[in-house]
Design a protein around this ligand. Structure first.
Ligand code: PAF
Length: 288
């Protein structure tokens, strides 16, 4: 596996692949790789001749410096996992490569509207950081296909819209959320949970399923459904930021001309030291 740690080396590798007529599948990450990331890489490999992953803990997308400082950094283990999986290259840019004039003076990418709600409302500036770094990484890696996890549903829509609005020649693909045996969505932040909290975190998927089933059965009192789901999580020991039913199209409240197959239930809640997010498309909710 090639370890690429400069912009020049990235461009040279990309040229080699282009000259050989090979398609490139890309998975951008912030490292601390788990099975969820590895499934994204599998997805990229299924579609492309070459697969490349990047690891960059992007300071611009963190709204709290404490969260950035404690973010798990496990580069050696990550490299082993990627090698074992047969990735062709790992790109590890530095802060000065991504923000040569410093973050305060960086040209940024703002995707209006969809970034102001839900996670954007709770984490000010987060999506400007995400859209900016993903745009830069796309320009450096120049992938044909880029794979993002559906766990970060809003991020996936933001990146898709950014790529479409800026006419970036990349196909952005969402891959199904990878889950622990108890249903907890895999995330690097799960490492902040105690064993007891990990068990308790199974309640998130159970709550999402309960809301989705109610919608499948014709319930349309959205505000009441959301309120009682948030209460269920609070009773279980979470501090919910939101439980909400939205359109998969634009994350606005369900549109009049849509049915439940076009809806997704999203949740964000604090449990101990971890802020957990998850979602379930109503169409994907199977009976318990
Ligand atoms: O989902 C992530 O890990 C990050 O937000 C991403 C897409 C790598 C951008 O920094």
């Amino acid at each position: 596996m090639d370890i690429v740690d400069s912009i020049e080396a990235m461009r040279a590798l990309r040229k080699t692949w282009r000259d050989a007529g090979q398609t490139v599948g890309y998975v951008p990450t912030m490292g601390n790789l788990h099975d969820g990331h590895l499934s994204l890489l599998d997805r990229a490999r299924a579609q492309c001749d070459r697969t490349i992953c990047s690891i960059y803990v992007n300071p611009l997308q963190f709204d709290q410096s404490k969260d950035l400082e404690r973010y798990p950094r496990t580069l050696e283990e990550d490299m082993e996992k990627l090698r074992a999986l047969g990735a062709d290259a790992l790109f590890v840019p530095s802060d000065t490569m991504i923000y040569p004039r410093g973050m305060a003076h960086a040209t940024t990418v703002d995707v209006p509207g969809i970034t102001d709600i839900l996670e954007g409302a709770h984490r000010r500036g987060h999506f400007v950081g995400v859209a900016t770094v993903v745009c830069k990484l796309f320009n450096l890696v120049q992938p044909h296909v880029a794979v993002f996890g559906e766990k970060d549903f809003q991020q996936l829509l933001v990146v898709k819209r950014m790529a479409a609005d800026l006419n970036l020649p990349v196909e952005v693909i969402g891959a199904a959320t990878s889950r622990e045996a108890n249903g907890l969505a895999r995330s690097s932040r799960n490492g902040y949970l105690t064993d007891t909290e990990r068990d308790k975190a199974a309640e998130i998927l159970r709550t999402l399923r309960a809301v989705a089933h109610a919608l499948q059965q014709g319930e349309r009192e959205f505000a009441e459904l959301e309120r009682s789901a948030a209460q269920r999580l609070a009773d279980a020991g979470f501090e919910p930021d939101y439980v909400t039913v939205r359109s998969t199209l634009d994350l606005e409240p369900p549109h009049d001309d849509e049915g439940p197959d076009a809806w997704v239930v999203l949740v964000a809640a604090q449990l101990g030291k971890a802020r957990l997010i998850d979602n379930l498309r109503v169409a994907d909710a199977t009976p318990d």
